[in-house]
Design a protein around this ligand. Structure first.
Ligand SMILES: [Zn+2]
Length: 374
């Protein structure tokens, strides 16, 4: 039996094997940071039909230990189709077992979204007649940071920004972007309507280093990018600096920042209501967007989520708050569950890439519905 994680998005430390069937593992910390929770590894040279139990022995010390209580683990035996295996969290150890059909299996905190798929996504966007420009930034480790500008050729008044994976372990955010981009380039009716009024600026993965390195929340320098928007730095957080420079150049009327949440088993939004510049108009756009989206796709809901910020108490280092304040625009953080949507539970797949993509597709209609208010 061999455990490996030396590949794109991989993260695990092999500790020991007991009785040939119990495997003790640890999650490695993010680069230059104490965060850890994301893992992704492959087990190979397995005996088909034998039950193996995997134990992540430092799960209780991870960044969001409460999340393990509701988390069943995504696994795949062919690298393509992912299901969930029951997991148990006891005495700080996360355990799950599998009787493999074949000789290998892989396990991850969420279904990974790797660089080769990212590259295909960028090519899909570039192949569209709506493609206008591919603006390349650079990450701290000099990886490409892709910004795709889509428009119908005529300059539109409204600039819509959607970015994902500030927290690289939240791979559902890039599955969301894939659904969104496919919908946009398919020239659906609402897609065509949208481009009459708006241009889109899309950053499907704003943290390519952290994604490749198998981090949960940090970039290669250990920065939590979603705490850098009031202090973006060319050494520490060039990814955020790049996004802000481009936003300054083109302007922002709507911004969605796509995430996953470890603890809350629902899809929800988190707004800029604590900003000093938050006003009645922004509040009305915010609540209209949320209730319309809920009607369009009930996976999005408004009952569960984070506590709302008190007026004037917003943390302006967060993307949503900084962007809303800086451009006096509507901005919203979108959170999807790692585990499942408890309004529509699915024991076999949990919250999945398919549901993330569906949410991404449906966001087009929700954005379209508020354009007259912008
Ligand atoms: Zn996040």
């Amino acid at each position: 039996m061999i455990i490996s994680s030396d590949f794109d998005s991989g993260n695990i430390i092999f500790l020991r094997e007991r009785n040939g069937q119990d495997i003790d593992l640890e999650i490695r910390k993010d680069s230059n940071s104490d965060f850890f929770q994301w893992f992704y590894f492959k087990a190979s040279e397995l005996e088909p039909g034998t039950e193996y139990s995997f134990h992540i022995t430092n799960a209780g010390k991870s960044s969001y230990p409460e999340g393990w209580k509701i988390q069943n683990i995504p696994f795949s035996e062919d690298g393509k189709n992912w299901k969930r295996v029951k997991s148990h969290f006891q005495n700080g150890i996360l355990s799950f077992s599998l009787k493999p059909i074949g000789e290998s299996a892989e396990f991850a905190y969420f279904v990974p979204y790797q660089l080769d798929r990212h590259k295909k996504l960028i090519e899909t966007a570039k192949g569209s007649s709506l493609f206008h420009n591919h603006i390349k930034g650079k990450s701290a480790d000099n990886r490409d940071l892709d910004l795709i500008h889509l428009c119908n050729g005529k300059e539109a008044k409204k600039k819509v920004w959607i970015l994902a994976r500030q927290h690289p372990g939240e791979s559902m955010a890039e599955w969301f972007m894939e659904g969104l981009i496919e919908r946009l380039v398919s020239k659906s009716d609402s897609g065509i309507e949208l481009f009459k009024e708006a241009e889109l600026f899309l950053i499907p993965n704003i943290n390519p280093d952290g994604s490749y390195l198998g981090n949960l929340r940090s970039n290669a320098r250990g920065a939590n990018l979603n705490r850098e928007w009031d202090r973006a730095d060319p050494e520490r957080s060039p990814e955020v600096l790049f996004a802000l420079q481009q936003m300054d150049e083109y302007g922002v009327d709507i911004c969605l920042d796509i995430h996953g949440d470890e603890d809350i088993p629902y899809v929800f939004g988190s707004g800029a209501e604590g900003n000093p510049g938050f006003n009645e108009k922004l509040a009305e756009i915010d609540s209209t967007f949320r209730s319309n989206w809920q009607e369009i796709n009930p996976d999005f809901q408004m009952e569960f989520g984070y506590d709302r910020d008190d007026p004037g108490k917003a943390d302006l280092s967060l993307c949503t708050n900084q962007v809303s304040q800086r451009y006096n625009c509507f901005a919203l953080t979108i959170e999807m569950p790692f585990t499942d949507n408890h309004n529509d539970p699915d024991e076999e797949f949990g919250w999945s890439p398919e549901k993330s993509m569906k949410l991404g597709r449906s966001s087009v209609d929700a954005i379209l519905s508020i354009l007259p208010m912008i």
